[in-house]
Design a protein around this ligand. Sequence first.
Ligand SMILES: Cc1ncc(COP(=O)(O)O)c(C=O)c1O
Length: 369
Amino acid sequence: LIYLDHHAATPLAPSVADASARAHEHAWANPASVHAAGRAARSLVEQTRRTLGEQLGAAPNDFVFTSGGTEACNLAVLGLAGRARHVIASALEHPAVLAPLRALTARGAELELLPLEAAEPPSPESLARALRDDTAVVALQWVNHETGAIAPVAEYAKICRARAVPLLVDASQAIGKLDCDLSRLDASAVVITASKIGGPTGAAALWVERGRELAPTLHGGAQERGRRAGTPDVAALAGFGAALAQLPDRLASMAQIGARRDQLERACVELGGVVNRSRARVNTVTNLSLRGWRGDVLVAALDVEGLCASSGAACSSGLGAPSPVLQALYPDEPWRAESALRLSLGPETSEDEVAAAIAALRRVLARRA
Ligand SMILES: Cc1ncc(COP(=O)(O)O)c(C=O)c1O
């Protein structure tokens, strides 16, 4: 199998799988229990919290563990927004952010989506213009899951801080691809997802600045300092910790990943692909449109060839609907969203796999030549 869908989920490094397996064996108890078995489980959870703090330049206790990126995004949006009158985002956001924002509009809030000019993430100027005295939260991602576009989040943060409006940064696709130091970002909340950095699915963290009120979305026990009720998945969190410990190695591999992505992209362009990209982007992805094809048909044909790819966000796959991100970026060129193919790479992607992926794409496209 050739796996080029690292933006959906990353393969588990052996140390991650080991850490989770050991936790299943030795730390299956409830980490809230006060006895020795509970303490063993709790110590793994707290070790991951410390590793998060060390790797991301933040205080361990300012992280709230959740059952994945979607829950962390929901907790941030709904927990920060309160009885919001006005909220700001862009059409580039993942559904995990946009859907809870839209839920707020059902309760009377106004959702303002910033304009996207020349297929770029929203400009800081457009954010400054949109902020109002009654803006309750701004939610803007760091790196786009489909095109890899890098947004000017530090500038967004400065603008929001000056107006005392909390900024939520969905960093799910930025951690492990860019140097992410939360102490320098000055956001109010940041989402980190284990399954994008070599960790297991079903584990994530929401960082919230000290003193910022966060209303829980799950009601129950007092876990996570009252901010997220429920017994956590200790084995997933143990794996998350092992993945976080490898962040420096992951970052060090980005240059090599970029070279392989460029090689893959050049070949795809020779085969007729048109690249969907912004000026600044991460090294792990190429997003192409192959006019005349339907993205989901292409993905299915590549799957038969043993190549795992996607036509957009994994959570929207199977719906057959064109990517809302590409529709928003290229409103006058609907064929781009309809025929999109996302190929995303990781440290494990070898040169042989890139060559095999190109051969698979060539075979599929030749059927229509
Ligand atoms: C940018 C972004 N935010 C949020 C999520 C949701 O994370 P999860 O799949 O862990 O719920 C994803 C997952 O692909 C993502 O890419």
